[in-house]
Design a protein around this ligand. Structure first.
Ligand SMILES: [Mn+2]
Length: 366
């Protein structure tokens, strides 16, 4: 059964938050402490409105330095407007601290360490960072970012990203503020030093991070959303997203990038209502809830199976010794297939669902 709670809670929040903001603002206890929903919601005591999944502290992070580029500036302005609307932080690297593409992981590493060094209890620490390239712009600022983050029971997912036909795309992604992120970023930055013979192509940081992620140490802590949800591309011929999608990203395109960016920025600045769609009128709430439910289900099966196997090994018995050898092999294979889809293509909803159902069939066989 799909727990309706996240969606309902989010809808409740969306409906009630303006009223609550006014009430809290008028309440002398809260005073002018904050009118930022991300700040005051976690401290609320009212059970019906305690919103673990919508009370995350999120900061958007980007970089823009060098020769002034008004299109990139305007694109980042769209991110800033979105951040201000939802109470997210926003930090932009304004000087070259490393070398070209390496500035991205270097800056993220700096922020992760800075956040981790803050006390957890004082509520000042940001929980998630959202990297956004300066060649991306928010089309629908009515989309809250919390829906893209793993629910609290999936605390071991530390990176939420997307893939395209070439593999990992690091134009837009979410990174949890956690020691895991330090390891990932440090290893990414060190990759060329330890692998001098590997050609990382042009987007060196992206290639390095992809290779590091595919190492066994990291891959079970990453998940990949359907790309158009957070990272829809503008192709030379058209926008690949649909009305209501959160963002447009302009990778590749060569010299065509500038007219394409200008056209979109004009639209969102002059007629923002054309692309803004309330979140409950998009497929986002239902689709993200179903996505996280499937991922949780798949992880649950894999973890449970590993536990049963470990227990059997501890006892010195063959795993699931009461069942037939055929069934054992079937289960082993079903878990392997499920793990493969969960690791590589969790955004393929039907495929992941099918693998879960395959497991259900095999595990119930006598
Ligand atoms: Mn980009």
């Amino acid at each position: 059964m799909i727990a309706p709670s996240r969606r309902l809670r989010l809808l409740t929040l969306l409906t009630l938050s303006p009223l609550l903001l006014v009430l809290l603002y008028l309440n002398p206890l809260y005073g002018r402490q904050s009118t930022n929903p991300g700040e005051w919601l976690p401290h609320r005591k009212t059970a019906s409105l305690s919103l673990p999944s919508t009370s995350r502290q999120i900061t958007k992070v980007s970089m823009l330095y060098g020769k002034k580029n008004s299109l990139y500036e305007r694109a980042l302005q769209s991110h800033r407007r979105h951040a201000e609307r939802w109470g997210y932080g926003m930090e932009v690297l304004r000087s070259d601290i490393s070398e070209g593409f390496w500035n991205k992981p270097a800056y993220l590493l700096e922020i992760v360490i800075r956040e981790l060094s803050k006390g957890y209890a004082d509520g000042e620490r940001v929980e998630w960072l959202m990297w956004v390239d300066a060649d991306s712009a928010v089309l629908n600022p009515a989309i809250p970012l919390e829906i893209f983050l793993p629910p609290n029971d999936l605390g071991d997912i530390h990176l939420v990203a997307t893939k395209d036909h070439k593999g990992l795309n690091t134009g837009i992604f979410f990174l949890r503020v956690h020691p895991w992120a330090i390891n990932l970023l440090a290893e990414t930055l060190a990759f060329p030093a330890y692998n001098p013979s590997i050609d990382l192509d042009i987007q060196v940081d992206q290639s390095a991070m992809e290779r590091v992620l595919n190492g066994s140490r990291y891959r079970d802590h990453v998940t990949y959303l359907p790309r158009t949800w957070i990272n829809a591309y503008e192709w030379a011929h058209a926008y690949e997203g649909e009305h209501g999608n959160y963002l447009v990203h302009f990778p590749g395109l060569g010299k065509q990038r500038w007219p394409h960016m200008e056209r979109w920025l004009d639209i969102i600045e002059r007629t923002p209502e054309r692309w803004e769609v309330p979140v409950d009128q998009t497929g986002y709430l239902v689709d993200t809830e179903a996505f996280w439910y499937r991922v949780g289900k798949a992880k649950g099966i894999i973890d449970e199976y590993a536990k049963v196997k470990a227990e059997a090994a501890r006892k010195g018995a063959s795993p699931l010794s009461t069942s037939s050898r055929e069934r054992e092999e079937g289960m082993e294979k079903a878990v392997e297939e499920l793990r493969k889809v969960l690791r590589e293509a969790p955004f393929e909803a039907q495929l992941l669902q099918q693998r879960i159902e395959d497991w259900n069939v095999v595990s119930k066989m006598e």
